[in-house]
Design a protein around this ligand. Sequence first.
Ligand SMILES: [Fe+2]
Ligand SMILES: [Fe+2]
Length: 218
Amino acid sequence: MTSVIVPAASLGLRAKLALCWPDNSPPFRPRSLERYIRYLHLMHDVIRASIPLMELALTRCDDQTEQGARLADYYRHHIIEESGHVELVLEDLDELGVSNAQALARVPDLTIVAMAGSQYYWLIHVSPLPLLGYIAFLEGRPPTSETLEAVKAILPEGSGAYRALAVHAEADPHHSREMDELLDGLNLTHEQASLIGASAIQSVRLYLEAAISMNQVP
Ligand SMILES: [Fe+2]
Ligand SMILES: [Fe+2]
């Protein structure tokens, strides 16, 4: 069984993700500035773990195997691509009256702690592969033009506090294509594809839980 290679692994993963969160779900549209600020806090909770998780993943890749070397190349490259993104969220928050010190001192959303935190478990106890499911999910839903327009509409006149959304709307479709190429080139076994899928499904479920509870608070 372990020797069976999964063809078109990216399609399998995208299908699992779409079952958890249908592709035709309505895009995020904040109805008030307060909700947008809450959304930025959530985004900060997620993004501040991105580069540290990939740096940890790099230490877990076995460069002696073809798959491990390819995975390490991806993480090295993607760390560079994600550099500066957390600072953009902090800049947006700062412009909206939340200082960096306040943003960093806030208690993070506990469901996001569980979502990002579980990736440390996958990395330390399992392998550097499941993190791909987490990243594929997070980058697989770039902000839409509707979201950007809705955000601009509730921002104060002349505000540029949508940097993080704009950068991800632009970059993540490209990052997702890189992810799909990687998944299809790794020669994943069924067991490995299942690990990536489990991590992805867990991530969607926890993220949706956090997003829903954020919107339910008045
Ligand atoms: Fe990013
Ligand atoms: Fe990205």
